[in-house]
Design a protein around this ligand. Structure first.
Ligand code: GTP
Ligand code: MG
Length: 448
């Protein structure tokens, strides 16, 4: 999502690191390069100017942190300023003190409101809520049907209302009553999109807002439209009052500029990003993590969160205990790989890992789906004792295992090596996870 920017900033930092001693001139050059990188990523020019001014001020007048080299200090300043620009802590949804909480989705035509409504309901239900969906888009014949189809696909309840012509305000009122009567704690309201922000649209949104008293009014915008998304969010906020923004289609070739500008221009936080057409492709926006990703640190926390959603929690805890107590067997390794397959395409997962330390080797391992199947076959043809004590697997056992699984001895050897690597990697991962739990902040790798 920010690949180009990441690449360019990494180059700037690499150049900086190459300098033995930082002079004012080096820093100025780096700032110029950072500025160009941000502008090329389509960040709003005013936002870029403010950001560069602040980075400049801090870099030139910095107190010396003895634990960091000058180049590292610049990276740290850029990191901190970017996080600040994006609003600091992770975005949160607001909930009403009296359920049902109403979340009103607004936005221009085709921005992704209806799809996002479905994704949001799914996200809410995965996070312990009981959402109800409703579409008040009564203008396009197929619009309400579209949300019903999505609701069925993700197995979420939807309030369809009486058949035939309907009035948006009336539909919303009935849906809210239905939510209250059926113990649904969040009502997600999908609205009609318009080509432009016009008075009619605003009038309807204002009435909906007045009647529903939503805890969240979220503006759904297409990230691919770049600064236009920022402009329309800003206008919407001035006329209606928003509580946040959702940027969709961040998986496309959006350069990321809208995501980096929204908060600073509108004063409203980016709460979620849509990263695909599938219904689980919605992520809570975490400034810290996104900045780490931009600065090339990868996103281990997102990965762990994703893993936690997919993997049975009990099993994960058991796995973690095993890892820490060093009882991680080949059988566990196979189970872990099965879990990984559930997580999604491997290159996507690997993309979230930092390109450092043990992870770099993992990239080279490059597990293909086919190879996963082979690994399972190899582990399956081991005896329980071999799975639990890999040290006993000598040459003749390797030959037997290879024969039993239709693999070559080299493949068995490679698997054993990967297993050793995984043990090491997962200890690192679970170590990071524990550190996070204890509230310790780790420095981004760019600083190390
Ligand atoms: N790749 C990608 N496509 C998305 C994403 N979100 C929505 N889309 C696609 O964008 C298109 C429009 O989405 P809708 O949800 O119908 O948009 P809408 O705002 O409800 O449109 P109107 O109701 O006509 O105003 C659909 O083809 C979606 O699949 C996303 O995060 N990534
Ligand atoms: Mg729609």
């Amino acid at each position: 999502m920010f690949e180009n920017l990441t690449e360019k900033l990494q180059r700037v930092f690499k150049n900086l690191r190459g300098e033995g001693k930082l002079t004012e001139e080096n820093i100025q050059q780096a700032l110029r390069d950072i500025r160009i990188s941000l502008l090329e990523a389509d960040v709003n020019f005013k936002v870029v100017k403010q950001l560069i001014d602040r980075i400049k001020e801090k870099s030139l007048g910095q107190e010396v942190l003895t634990s960091l080299t000058p180049a590292q200090q610049v990276v740290k300043i850029v990191h901190d300023e970017l996080v600040e620009l994006l609003g600091g802590g992770a975005a949160q949804l607001r909930f009403a003190s009296q359920p049902p909480t109403v979340i009103l989705l607004a936005g221009l035509q085709g921005s992704g409101k209806t799809t996002t409504g479905g994704k949001l309901a799914r996200w809410l239900s995965r996070h312990g809520h009981r959402p109800l969906l409703v579409s008040v888009d009564v203008y396009r014949p197929a619009a309400r049907r579209q949300l019903t189809v999505i609701a069925e696909a993700i197995d979420m309840p939807i309030f369809e209302g009486p058949a035939g012509p309907a009035d948006p305000l009336e539909l919303a009122r009935l849906a809210r009553r239905e939510a209250a009567n059926t113990g649904r704690d969040v009502l997600v309201v999908d609205t009609a999109g318009r080509l432009h922000i016009d008075d009619e649209m605003m009038g309807e949104m204002q009435q909906l807002k007045q009647q529903l008293e939503p805890a969240e009014v979220l503006f759904v915008a297409d990230a691919m439209t770049g600064q236009d998304a920022v402009k329309s969010a800003d206008e919407f906020h001035r006329r209606l009052g928003l509580t946040g923004v959702i940027l969709t289609k961040m998986d496309g070739d959006a350069r990321g500029g809208a995501a980096l500008s929204i908060r600073s221009v509108t004063g409203q936080p980016l709460k979620f990003v849509g990263v695909g057409e599938k219904y689980d492709a919605l992520e809570l926006f975490h400034p810290q993590r996104v900045v780490s990703r931009i600065l090339g640190m990868g996103d281990v926390l997102s990965l762990i969160e994703k893993a936690q959603e997919t993997v049975d929690l009990k099993q994960a805890e058991e796995m973690q205990r095993k890892l820490l107590s060093d009882r991680f067997s080949l059988g566990d390794f196979r189970d872990q790989l099965r879990q990984m397959r559930k997580l999604g395409p491997l290159d996507q997962i690997l993309g979230m890992l930092p390109q450092v330390g043990p992870f770099r080797q993992l990239q080279q391992v490059k597990l293909e789906e086919k190879e996963l199947v082979r690994i399972e076959a190899i582990v399956d043809s081991m005896t329980p004792r071999e799975r639990n004590h890999y040290q006993v697997i000598n040459g003749s056992r390797r030959r037997r295992i290879a024969r039993g699984s239709g693999a070559t001895v080299q493949e068995v050897n490679r698997l054993l090596k990967q297993y050793a690597e995984a043990r090491r990697m997962m200890r690192t991962l679970s170590g990071g996870f524990m550190a996070k739990r204890m509230g310790k902040l780790k420095l981004p790798s760019a600083l190390r």
